[in-house]
Design a protein. Structure first.
Length: 107
């Protein structure tokens, strides 16, 4: 796996190694040790999946204050999404700054 840091500290892109041949492909999407080796020590305790039936669907802001805060691991398995992260933590040095990444089934 490869880690690409963004302009917001703590927000990064994880590129898995994809092994493809004429049958299709295989990739490991999560490995606790590999994430640890990349400096990501978050323990993911829940896995969710959403489906948007048509283009142009806008999903809501997902924000929780402690002790309910959750790290997010986002990927697109079909089509493409624009994933936008905004720092909404008042008092943070990056408050109101944002990054956007297009995630797709291809990347």
């Amino acid at each position: 796996m490869n880690r690409i840091d963004t302009a917001l500290p703590g927000v990064c892109i994880i590129e898995p190694k994809v092994f493809g041949d004429q049958r299709g492909y295989f990739m490991e999407t999560y490995n606790q040790q590999a994430f640890h080796d990349l400096g990501i020590d978050t323990v993911f305790v829940q896995d969710n999946q959403s489906y948007s039936a048509r283009k142009g669907i806008l999903r809501g802001i997902h924000f929780q204050n402690a002790p309910y805060a959750q790290a997010k691991l986002v990927r697109a398995t079909r089509g493409a999404i624009l994933d936008v992260t905004v720092d909404l933590r008042r008092g943070s040095p990056t408050y109101r700054q944002w990054v956007a990444v297009e995630l797709s089934a291809e990347n």
